[in-house]
Design a protein around this ligand. Structure first.
Ligand code: ADP
Length: 258
């Protein structure tokens, strides 16, 4: 039996296709989120990779910001639940999840059996989310994937004092105009996101092990700055951005089994 998890994100569409609720048969990730043809293309891609058609899928579970808009969905589930389910299945020792996506950041506390105990969320302000990084990468004419490499070159990170994305944008432009090195500005940008998310995380309390999910987990500049801010080791994987879709595919399997 095949089940599909589709994470209809604000910036990115992600799919994970599971066989018998265990084996990951195929995945897809497209940088086009809700309100675009990204979710449909991501589903086509994952089915094509697996050599399957929509009729072969027993249950399609939608999650993510745009989950209610997915026409092909059999059911839908919150991102919080899906990240918790996916991560606790792969990394059962996790007690805190830090999920930074394209337009929000969430910190989730897990119990010993992987159940969600508590969470805090910032979905009101772009600072402290992937959106802040995307805007800044745009100004610096860097691809989002290049921020980490650039930040690693820096010895003295620039200080970004504005807490608002719009003001921080002007601040970055003026720092560059005044001759600040690009790598120092990038390091400052990563530190700024980490500081915002660390403040959020401290509200809920950090218990180890800590796992980072969401697309921003791919940015080592933010990850390392968060480790410094929180004084803990942060685990992540190349699969971090797909965790919501993976959890959704697991929930889909549980539903289909019934
Ligand atoms: P959403 O589900 O809201 O679309 P994601 O969890 O997919 O969010 O994360 C999207 C964010 O991840 C982007 O805003 C971007 O900042 C970051 N990101 C995506 N790809 C990369 C990458 N290769 N390297 C670093 N950061 C990335």
């Amino acid at each position: 039996m095949y089940t599909l998890g589709v994470d209809v994100g604000s910036t990115t569409s992600k799919c994970v296709l599971l066989k018998e609720g265990k084996e990951i048969v195929a995945t897809s990730l497209l940088r086009a989120g809700t309100g675009t043809d990204g979710p449909a293309r991501a589903q086509e891609e994952v089915l094509e990779k697996a050599g399957l058609t929509a009729a072969d899928i027993a249950y399609v579970m939608a999650t993510g910001y745009g989950r209610k808009t997915l026409q092909t969905a059999t059911g839908e589930m919150s991102e919080l639940s899906c990240h918790a389910r996916g991560i606790s299945a792969l990394y059962p020792e996790t007690r805190t999840i830090i999920d930074i996506g394209g337009q929000d950041a969430k910190v989730i506390s897990l119990g010993a059996n992987g159940q969600m105990m508590n969470f805090v969320m910032n979905d009101k302000c772009a600072a402290g989310t992937g959106r802040f990084l995307d805007v800044m990468a745009g100004i610096l004419q860097l691809d989002i994937g290049e921020l980490e490499k650039e930040a690693r070159k820096s010895e003295t990170a620039a200080k970004i004092s504005s807490t608002c994305t719009v003001f921080a944008e002007s601040e970055v432009i003026s720092q560059l105009a005044n001759g600040a090195a690009r790598e120092d500005v990038v390091a400052g940008i990563c530190n700024s996101v980490a500081a915002r998310v660390a403040a959020l995380a401290k509200r809920i309390g950090i218990k180890e092990e800590v796992f980072m999910s969401g697309g921003v987990a791919k940015n080592g500049g933010v990850r390392l700055a968060l480790e410094r801010e929180l004084g803990v080791k942060i685990h992540y994987s190349e699969f971090s951005q797909l965790m919501g879709a993976y959890g959704a595919a697991l929930f889909a399997y549980s539903k289909a089994e019934k």
